[in-house]
Design a protein around this ligand. Structure first.
Ligand code: NDP
Length: 302
């Protein structure tokens, strides 16, 4: 069952012992983040009862209200926020401090209130990296990587590949200009010269010494009738496939990966990983990935 969605006007000031956490987005009704965080907070509360007073809500905030929502939420007692579409980039001018990795990515998904203002972080890349390690028992640097897409999720993937030192990285997007622009921002920021931008889909690495990892960071797959973003039979070997889509849990891309016996996994691990890292930033405690994962599976099965 989906948790209640709040509007800013409906929120009351929190009790003095309560700590408010929330995800802001527009739309936000579909988000299962409250279930993940509530499950992990319940585990934390077993060791420290103070966490029983931490609550996580989802709040619908249209883009034009973000600038007023942020100070209002502080007044009400909110101390940690997740941001999703369409706020991840638009929030940047309202931050007093930004984590260096988030700055390179040019987007934040996590805000923590400190005395002097909101501090911004991005945990998407961390979540992706953790998910890949958990699924394939390899780090991203163990792969040659082909990222499909050039939106926010692709940006997180490319940034994490560069951070972890992937030696060969290629990028393909339906609109090639966006892929070139994305690659260009990383070249400027990081002085990297290792992103190959493909203007059509082909195997960019040929015979690989390292295994190939294909990451779907496009929104293709969100609808059950979406085609796969790539035909995996173009690759000579058996690429590992990470599809960031997690709902539906099996996309056409993942079905093809299964048919071709390619190691594959959907995006749920990334969702859980980024959520766990956000909660660690807010609480300073180690967070139960398993509790979050179970809660995510239960929420999606509803
Ligand atoms: P954006 O809207 O920023 O980017 C969408 C991307 O998909 C663009 O590259 C776009 O290409 C491409 N695309 C859209 N439609 C098509 C199509 N018909 N054919 C080919 N390419 C297409 O979205 P995000 O980057 O924020 O999200 C991308 C995906 O990643 C979504 O499915 C999202 O749910 C998922 N995601 C999963 C997360 C997780 O935790 N598992 C976290 C974040 C995102 P173009 O530039 O040509 O329009």
């Amino acid at each position: 069952m989906l948790e209640e969605t709040f509007l800013l006007d409906q929120l009351c000031r929190l009790q003095s012992n309560e700590v408010g956490l929330a995800v802001l987005g527009y739309p936000i009704k579909h988000s299962i983040s409250p279930q993940l965080h509530t499950a992990a907070l319940e585990v934390l509360a077993l060791g420290d009862p103070a966490f029983a007073c931490w609550n996580y809500r989802k709040i619908e905030v249209p883009p034009q209200h973000l600038s007023t929502a942020l100070p209002r939420l502080v007044e009400l007692g909110f101390r940690g926020l997740n941001l999703t579409i369409p706020h991840k980039v638009e929030v940047l001018p309202f931050l007093s401090c930004i984590d260096p990795q988030a700055e390179i990515m040019g987007a934040v998904n996590t805000l923590k209130w400190e005395n002097n203002g909101w501090h911004g972080y991005n945990t998407d890349g961390f979540g992706l990296s953790l998910a890949i390690r958990n699924a394939f028992q390899k780090s991203m640097a163990d792969f040659d990587v082909l990222v499909l897409g050039a939106g926010g999720a692709a940006r997180a993937a490319v940034s994490q590949c560069l951070l972890e030192g992937c030696s060969r990285l290629a990028l393909y997007n339906r609109s090639p200009a966006r892929a070139h622009a994305l690659s260009q921002t990383f070249l400027q920021n990081e002085n990297h010269s290792s992103i190959t931008v493909l203007d059509s889909l082909y195997d960019p690495f040929g015979e690989n010494e390292q295994p190939l990892l294909v990451i779907n960071a496009t929104s293709l797959g969100l609808r059950t009738d979406d085609p796969a973003p790539i035909d995996l039979s173009i690759f000579a070997g058996h690429p590992h496939v990470y599809d960031m889509v997690y709902n539906p849990p099996a996309t056409r891309l993942l079905a093809q990966a299964k048919d071709l016996e390619c190691p594959h996994v959907n995006g749920l691990g990334m969702l859980v990983g980024q959520a766990a890292r956000s909660l660690e930033i807010w609480t300073g405690r180690e967070v139960s990935f398993d509790a979050m994962n179970q809660a995510a599976l239960a929420a999606l099965a509803d």
